[in-house]
Ligand binder design. Structure first.
Ligand SMILES: NC(=O)c1ccc[n+]([C@@H]2O[C@H](COP(=O)([O-])OP(=O)(O)OC[C@H]3O[C@@H](n4cnc5c(N)ncnc54)[C@H](O)[C@@H]3O)[C@@H](O)[C@H]2O)c1
Length: 369
């Protein structure tokens, strides 16, 4: 374990509040910050999948694990002002488009009012606090462009999830302009990233868990949208971006109030078919069948992010190639099903591996200073 890169220096011993710690991204972030020796409070609802990555990494007893609804302003206010965190990472959200179509009201309340509750509680803080708010690449109005979206592009969203994330950004802006100026003790920045993959994702209707679950039962998997493309990135990639954001924001005012995109390096688009093929290299005997009724790519709406701002101001870029992203993901599930190591060990060793690769590739945050 490399315990002396810039992240360890920044977050070791610090009081950190993570909202949404029981979710997919939140559980990886909790693992990573826990390795850095941070003093963590997590605030979320119970995990919704079984198995769940958070339950299996066994951190409940090592952190202050609070299960409450982010919509409960009174309780959120009490917790934040009791803890007086040095850093807040706000990830709690209703994060699924399909669920947002079934329950639009709950999605809007959780995502918009939940963020407002957090910001409102921060108004009362008397200590210095650095806040990173997580929205989504879906906050952009999708104009079907072929080039990457920049942070200055128009916001919008045509489903309740995307719309709520765009609205969250407007709420944040109004709080920034009204209550958190450059003299404020609270500094705020926003992270926008796209879909992530990685070990420990057990959600329904997601391509990686679907493939792994079928292959583990030695079944062929049916690929329904083989030609769909996505900006595939490993969960640790945007997390390293959020951590870079918090580190830089904590050091200076320059990026206070600024949103940042965090997306993959690849210049090429990879399809679901590329994912299944690459996964089958690492999972021997993994087979799939094309279950689509069309042989051409008629998909529209892929949204790519331009990450020049993160590169320029944070010296951040993604670490892994597409092949490495898939390999790391498949290896996590292979180790999991082998049942020789506990889940916490598997996750921690992948974090260690990621830090090592980032250091070899000269990522600024991964260097020992
Ligand atoms: N996973 C992705 O591909 C992706 C892509 C873009 C943006 N994001 C954003 O990143 C963040 C984390 O996403 P994720 O994939 O880990 O989501 P997830 O669904 O796995 O986890 C969501 C977390 O939020 C908590 N939560 C939900 N409703 C809550 C409520 N009412 N009160 C308190 N806590 C509540 C859940 O308990 C859970 O801990 C979200 O803001 C999401 O919109 C995720």
């Amino acid at each position: 374990m490399n315990q002396s890169n810039l992240f360890y220096k920044t977050f070791n011993g610090k009081k950190i509040l993570i909202t949404g710690h029981t979710g997919f991204k939140g559980s990886w972030l909790t693992s990573w910050l826990s390795l850095m020796g941070a003093n963590i409070t997590g605030l979320a609802l119970d995990p919704i999948t079984s198995p769940s990555h958070f339950d299996e990494i066994n951190l409940e007893k090592k952190i202050n694990d609070i299960r409450i609804d982010i919509r409960d302003h009174k309780k959120i206010n009490t917790i934040i002002n009791d803890i007086k965190p040095d850093f807040i990472f706000h990830l709690a959200a209703q994060a699924l488009v399909k669920e947002s179509l079934n329950n639009p009201r709950d999605t809007w309340e959780t995502n918009v009012i939940g963020t407002i509750n957090l910001l409102d509680s921060c108004r009362n803080l008397s200590n210095h606090c650095t806040v990173v708010l997580i929205t989504s690449d879906k906050c952009y109005k999708n104009s079907e462009w072929i080039w990457g979206y920049r942070e200055t592009d128009i916001l919008g969203g045509s489903d309740p999830y995307s719309g709520s994330k765009a609205a969250t950004e407007l709420a944040i802006y109004s709080y920034l302009k009204s209550y958190f100026n450059n003299n404020s003790k609270v500094r705020i920045s926003i992270g926008r990233a796209g879909n992530v993959i990685g070990g420990g994702d057990w959600s329904n209707d997601r391509i990686i868990p679907d493939i792994i679950t079928a292959w583990n039962k030695k079944k062929e998997v049916k690929i329904r949208n083989p030609h769909s493309t996505r900006p595939w990135q490993h969960v640790l990639e945007p997390l390293s971006g959020y951590l870079c954001l918090a580190m830089n924001l904590n050091e200076g005012l320059k990026i206070h109030g600024e949103p940042f995109n965090f997306g993959p390096n690849d210049k090429y688009n990879y399809t679901v078919l590329d994912v299944a093929n690459t996964m089958s290299i690492h999972w021997k005997g993994g087979k799939w069948v094309n279950a689509s009724n069309t042989s051409f790519n008629n998909e529209s709406g892929l949204l790519k992010l331009n990450c020049d701002k993160a590169m320029e101001l944070l010296k951040w870029n993604a670490t892994l190639t597409f092949e490495e992203t898939i390999k790391l993901t498949v290896n996590w599930y292979k180790d999991y099903f082998k049942n020789e190591l506990n889940t916490q060990t598997i996750t921690n060793s992948q974090i260690s591996e990621y830090e090592k690769i980032a250091k070899e590739r000269n990522l600024n945050w991964a260097q020992v200073h």
